[in-house]
Design a protein. Sequence first.
Length: 366
Amino acid sequence: MLFNIQRETLLAPLNQICGVVEKKGTLPVLSNVLLKLDGDTLLLTTSDLDVEMRSECVVDAQSVGEVTVPAHKFLDICKALPDGSILTFSYDSGQCLITSGDSRFSLSTLPAQEFPLIDDMESYQPVAISSHDLQRMLKQTVFCMAVQDVRYFLNGLLFEVLNNKLRCVSADGHRLALSECDYINESGLNKQVLIPRKGVLELQKMVKDLDQEITINIGRNHVKIEVEGVSMTSKLIDGKFPDYESVIPLNMENNFIADREELRNALQRVAILSNEQYKGVKFKITPNRLEIIGHNPDQEQAEDVIAVQTDIESIETAFNVNYILDATQAINEKEIQFSFKEALSSCLIKHPERLDCRLVVMPLRI
């Protein structure tokens, strides 16, 4: 196996697929990238058994073959070489050598046959969505995904096709995020799939700064997306997501509307002296006034007051300040509305006039 390639031509596709690589995985070969030279096309594949990433680039091929090399070391070598460098990659009888100018690198290898590829045998149902809608929906939900929760079905994102809507939903047991967009459902597809956390984060990287239509191919056990020459195939979480619609509160009697940026700034100031473990802040709501109070075990306290639109006579409730800050980041509008039944009931956060993004946050007892 022997080929020449310009540094930049290799660096971009390699960088796009290395996010799934585990530096210390259960299988040593999962720390490697599979290189397969077919004609003048170099196919690059990485995997963690749940998510598989593939990309390709055109090289000046001398002889074909396949091998796996340490992914992050290979990427670091490409990054460290000067712009415009030409790399010569050679592999023969277990020895891999990369040369560029006066630089020489000898990398360890593992046989390509040991690399576990996802068997892509199933049929897919395509769902087309604009990259802008998908970017927005991911931004408004990824932060609510659980991390290594024993309730494994929370460690990912629910992607749902429901009548004429596409929805992304995530929850971690303390809060829930729902974002949706309109969808022309010509096939009458109604389906829910659970995409694991790492697959969602890689998908978010893939659609960043794009302006095009993206097709999400939904299978029984996998979801597959290809964007500008990079493809991701992710296993689906085998589980049932909770009935999220029953969690979204209805018929709420108490509401207030705040300037999003003004609220965010006040929360950031009060968070400085909030309890480091629980990050709780108290909301004191009176007519057209919101007082935010934070304190900690060192008897330190911070207070801030902002004007809000409300006719609430007097209610005190409390929240994790980071959860509310995440909500103000997700709803990137001038105004943000908070609605709840009573002080200890869950709070619905959204735009005052739209339902395309809804966040539910549980209160704290402090």
